[in-house]
Write a protein that binds this ligand. Structure first.
Ligand code: PBG
Length: 328
């Protein structure tokens, strides 16, 4: 092995052309998925805990989808803020083919037919108690009963035009049930991106404001989302979801779980996505606003970290901004 002075690792870093030539990873707008919030309310509702991110009306969200397409962002992820009076203990609005989500999907498909639409399959934007599933008298989130509702929810989303259904609920067995139901309904090419390794994280706070579930949530989500202490368990979650028919898997949150993304990639060699979640976005925005770092540089550095970890792509609220920084 050659050593200094024959080996000078700085040699390839001397000039911009050489750094470009030796870059091991590239980030392009095609690596990004842009999460968007839809509301029944005003055209634009800023979200205080997510500075720079708003909920949009159906008319406006269709414009955001067009904007994404023009920027070269291949897909958007949709989340609804369900009107108060439609939130119930059983979250039944989730399976209404005419719900806000399904109407938004149709509007987006009309406005920007070329963009991929990823939909969230979980009950928290629809339940009065803010949990992702049905709860029993003791407050326990029921697995199998919830999975049955989620299956219906995925079917109405697919019928409305969803390209990728993404169960974010962490119930056991739901990927297999959803896959079978999609096949049964002729939705052979609707993909499933499983939130396979999703942790019970403190980084979801602003998202819960965005979908209006923060104030209502009773207790926490630790009986279904994973313990941040665990990594082997994440591999078992991924194995199960792949076995049940997931086309791709997600690790969530992102930055604090890059080790999981890397291990999943190396073990399974499948498409892995990471979700740079709301709290991570807010952390960057607040750090930049406080002068702790350059906003654009922080955005690009953290997004590149996902590529380096082996991710095919990343869900990020910075998607449009990042695409513009890349010259789109
Ligand atoms: C819930 C869901 C959450 C997020 C996506 N889907 C929050 C939660 O599990 O409580 C979080 C995304 C983010 O924080 O940006 N189904």
């Amino acid at each position: 092995m050659s050593t200094y002075p024959a080996l000078r690792l700085r040699r390839t870093r001397v000039s911009p052309w050489s750094r470009a030539l030796h870059a091991e990873n590239v980030l392009t707008p095609a690596d990004l998925i842009w999460p968007l919030f839809v509301t029944e309310g005003a055209d634009e509702e800023p979200i205080a805990s997510l500075p720079g991110v708003s909920r949009w009306s159906i008319v406006e969200i269709a414009k955001r989808a067009k904007e994404a397409a023009a920027l070269g962002i291949p897909a958007i992820a949709l989340f609804p803020n369900t009107p108060e009076h439609l939130r119930t203990d059983d979250g039944r609005e989730a399976t209404n083919p005419g719900n806000l989500m399904c109407r938004a999907i149709r509007a987006i498909k009309d406005a920007a037919p070329g963009i991929g639409v990823l939909t969230d399959v979980a009950l928290d934007p629809y339940t009065a108690h803010g949990h992702d599933g049905l709860v029993d008298e003791g407050g326990y989130v029921l697995n199998d009963a919830t999975a049955a509702v989620l299956t219906q929810q995925a079917l109405v989303q697919a019928a409305a035009g969803a390209d990728i259904v993404a169960p974010s609920d962490m119930m056991d067995g739901r990927v297999g049930l959803i896959r079978a139901a999609l096949e049964g309904d002729g939705h052979h090419n609707v993909q499933i991106m499983a939130y396979a390794a999703k942790y019970a994280s403190a980084f979801y706070g602003p998202f819960r404001d965005a979908v209006g579930s923060r104030g209502r949530l009773k207790g926490d989500k630790k009986t279904y989302q994973m313990d941040p202490a665990n990594a082997e368990e994440a591999l078992r979650e991924v194995a199960a979801d792949l076995d049940e028919g997931a086309d791709s898997v997600m690790v969530k949150p992102g930055l604090a779980y890059l080790d999981i993304a890397r291990r999943v990639k190396e073990r399974f060699e499948v498409p892995v996505f990471a979700y740079q979640v709301s709290g991570e976005y807010a952390m960057i925005e607040h750090a930049a606003a406080a002068g702790a770092g350059d906003r654009d540089a922080l955005v690009m550095e953290t997004l590149m970290a996902f590529k380096r970890a082996g991710c095919s792509g990343v869900l990020t609220y910075h998607a449009a901004h990042a695409a513009r920084l890349m010259g789109a």
